[in-house]
Design a protein around this ligand. Structure first.
Ligand code: SIN
Ligand code: FE2
Length: 207
């Protein structure tokens, strides 16, 4: 069961992963972070650090610094290729993406109690036919989503641990962001905070 929000492309699956499945994904992500540690992305131009910690898995990883937003094949600090996307996440993609090809990138965002993410579009990918599939773990957040223009009206709702959100179709380029974290709303992460995983297709898929 999923809820449709706004147009057809935004699909919300509350509590998609039960506790056991969340722990399985978390253990896999801890494994990824052991070889691809969180780094601090910086804003294009200003170079100001973002409040979230990031890493990636998959052949390509999203990255941002003074030079702008882009995907890279290697971790910016270790220089090593990103680890593989863990199976339990690929399984979520296969179940909800409604897209024939595998994701190429899974961005890992870690939010401490004061982190947030400004309203933005995910548009650094060559192919918008594929959706962005988002998995939330740990503390809840207040998520905001609007339309294709920054000024379009937005709606806000909570994303809780285990929720899955799909931005596809007419919502693929919807502006979205995280206004705040609600600390201590989940016991999944021993030290608190929120992990969000977004799987994306980056290059144009073979026809
Ligand atoms: C993102 O837009 O990259 C993250 C969204 C989220 O944290 O839910
Ligand atoms: Fe995003």
């Amino acid at each position: 069961m999923h809820l449709q929000i706004g147009g057809r492309g935004l699909r919300f699956y509350p509590a998609y992963l039960d506790r056991e499945a969340q722990l399985e994904v978390l253990a896999a992500i801890r494994g990824v972070l052991a070889s691809a540690p969180l780094f601090s992305p910086r804003m294009p131009k200003s170079g100001r650090p973002m409040s979230v910690g990031m890493s990636n898995c998959g052949p390509l990883g999203w990255f941002s610094d003074e030079g702008g937003y882009r995907y890279r094949r290697e971790h910016p600090d270790t220089g090593r290729p990103w680890p593989f996307i863990p199976d339990p996440l690929l399984q979520v993609w296969r179940q909800v993406a409604d897209y024939a090809h595998a994701p190429e990138a899974c961005l890992i965002n870690y939010y401490g109690p004061h982190a947030k993410m400004g309203l933005h579009q995910d548009r650094d990918e060559a192919d918008f036919a594929a959706p962005v599939v988002s998995v939330s773990l740990g503390d809840s957040c207040l998520f905001r989503v609007g339309g294709d223009n920054r000024r379009d009206p937005t709606r806000s709702f909570r994303l809780n641990s285990g929720d899955v959100l799909v931005l596809g179709g007419d919502a693929r380029l919807a502006f979205h962001g995280v206004d705040r974290i609600y600390p201590q709303t989940s016991t999944l992460l021993a030290k608190g905070g929120r992990i969000n995983l977004t799987m994306r297709r980056v290059t144009r898929a073979p026809a």
